[in-house]
Ligand binder design. Structure first.
Ligand code: F3S
Length: 61
């Protein structure tokens, strides 16, 4: 599974980093994805972060 943050859409609320710090971290006022592949153990929380992003800036599939 991979994840991507649309930097143009992200409003920097930080929820994804709180929900799934294995995959998302804040870089200034935008979230970025750590690594190229989502670790197996983080897939569930990564999907939750994508679902919970208030502006749907995360694509995880
Ligand atoms: Fe941005 Fe959504 Fe995360 S707004 S900081 S990608 S929860």
């Amino acid at each position: 599974m991979k994840a991507r943050v649309d930097a143009d859409t992200c409003i920097g609320c930080g929820l994804c980093e709180s929900t799934c710090p294995e995959v998302f971290k804040m870089d200034g006022d935008k979230a970025v994805v750590i690594g190229s592949v989502v670790p197996k153990a983080a897939e569930v929380t990564c999907k939750k972060a994508a679902e919970d992003c208030p502006v749907t800036a995360i694509v995880a599939s």
